[in-house]
Design a protein around this ligand. Structure first.
Ligand code: FAS
Ligand code: PHB
Length: 386
């Protein structure tokens, strides 16, 4: 088979890139290791930056998002019994929108299928030749080869793309956090109209939502905890202990319809390109979900790669593709810093000394009382410019 761009991975990065390329007449094929149903069963991100929304609009995949997404102009932070709100509009007129990643993936699959997009699901043994370039893979016991001009590695943290860059040509930066997030989805009304990020002596908690009848909650848990060990009642009881009474008393509980634990790590691979292979999204970097930057930073990668491919196919100009890695990494590292900062501020660490806890509380008090501190948080949370 031949195509302009072979895309490894049918998650949000691969799908968004494929749809954007399509509207510019640039062909692609998406190779996905799982089934489409499996991809759509994942419950992940929930908060979208305007940059991602702009890309979805350009891709013609924004109708449901605009109809069902929730505009949020601020967020609430709590520590012990105190709570305060950071109003983004006080500093930057740019809201975030709450709309599940699962729905974005669903919308993108629908758009790609309507446009006759080419997919291969349940692929195995993907091997990338970044210099040909070409991609070989097996599906249904048959080996196939795709000849292409470029390969987009959109296959997430556990994919093959990053490992295609020879070890002596790449440098990896990693920080593994000594805790995870136990998350549940429940068909209950959200406890508050905006997100609540809670720092408590028992650990971090987050109150989020997908819509007015579907809530998403997280509590910090041991890194090697097991979701099956947590009954719904135990989860709700622990969440209430981590929230100020006014929110704990307002919490509407109910049966979980999804319960899982996500590990937390910060990770970056440099460079994000090798030969004609370009890494996008989780294939190149991971952030702890505290700052809601995972999906949103995958989107800025897609933006830079899409612009580079457009320049090549429309003007024969390779300069933007040559600069892809340095451009993408400049924004990736700022998202890594914000995610690390917010995670360090809001979580309890096993080895934390009393002084460290005092530092967290002093920083939260500074954030509560200083417009300058809130401005810095707001501009990072709503999303730095591309
Ligand atoms: P993805 O991992 O979404 O997609 C990669 C795709 O490649 C997958 O479909 C995979 O099956 C496929 N693939 C892998 N190897 C392959 C191979 N060899 N061949 C072919 N296909 C292959 N971000 C937030 O902002 N907020 C959150 O709350 C949040 N929660 C998360 C919870 C979990 C458990 C995880 C893992 C991530 C979470 N994230 C969150 C981050 C997440 O949203 C990612 O940033 C986002 O999915 C990135 O999208 P992709 O880069 O497309 O990677
Ligand atoms: C979510 O709704 O899943 C969510 C929201 C904000 C975060 C992380 C996860 O920072």
């Amino acid at each position: 088979m031949k195509t302009h761009v072979a895309i490894i991975g049918g998650g949000p990065s691969g799908l968004l890139l494929s749809q954007l390329l399509h509207i510019r007449g640039i062909s692609s094929i998406i190779l996905e290791r799982q089934s489409k149903a499996h991809v759509l069963s994942r419950i992940r991100a929930g908060v979208l930056e305007q940059g991602l929304i702009g890309l979805l609009r350009e891709a013609g995949v924004c109708d449901r998002l605009e109809a069902e997404g929730f505009r949020h102009d601020g967020t609430v932070l709590t520590f012990d019994e105190q709570s305060f709100r950071v109003d983004f509009k006080d500093f930057i007129d740019q809201p975030v929108v709450v709309y599940g990643q699962t729905e974005i993936t669903r919308d993108l699959y629908a758009a790609r299928e309507a446009a006759g997009g080419r997919f291969e699901f349940n692929v195995e043994d993907v091997v990338i030749d970044p210099h040909g370039p070409s991609v070989s893979y097996a599906v249904g016991g048959e080996t196939r080869v795709i000849e292409c001009d470029f390969v987009a590695g959109c296959d997430g943290f556990h994919g093959v793309s990053r490992k295609t860059i020879p070890q002596d040509k790449r440098q990896e930066f990693e920080k593994v956090y000594p805790f995870g997030w136990l998350g549940i989805l429940s068909e209950t009304p959200p406890v508050h109209e905006e997100l609540i990020y809670a720092n408590s002596e028992r650990g971090f908690a987050l109150c989020s939502m997908r819509n007015n009848a579907l809530s998403r909650y997280y509590i910090q848990c041991d890194a090697n905890d097991d979701a099956a060990r947590w009954s719904d009642d135990a989860f709700w009881a622990e969440l209430k202990k981590r929230l100020p009474a006014k929110f704990a008393d307002a919490l509407v509980t109910g049966p979980s319809i999804e319960k899982s634990i996500a590990p937390l790590r910060s990770f970056v691979c440099e460079p994000m390109q090798y030969g004609k292979l370009f890494l996008c999204g989780d294939a190149a970097h991971i952030v702890p979900p505290t700052g809601a930057k995972g999906l949103n930073t995958a989107a800025s990668d897609v933006h830079y790669l899409y612009q580079g491919l457009r320049a090549f196919y429309q003007r024969g100009d390779m300069s933007e593709l040559d600069a892809y890695s340095s451009k993408a990494l400049a924004r990736v590292w700022k998202a890594e810093r914000f995610s690390w900062w917010f995670t360090s501020l809001m979580h309890r660490f096993p080895d934390q000394a009393a002084f460290d806890i005092k530092m967290q509380k002093a920083e939260l008090e500074f954030l509560r009382s200083s417009p300058a501190a809130q401005a810095a948080m707001a501009v990072n949370y709503v999303g730095l410019p591309y």
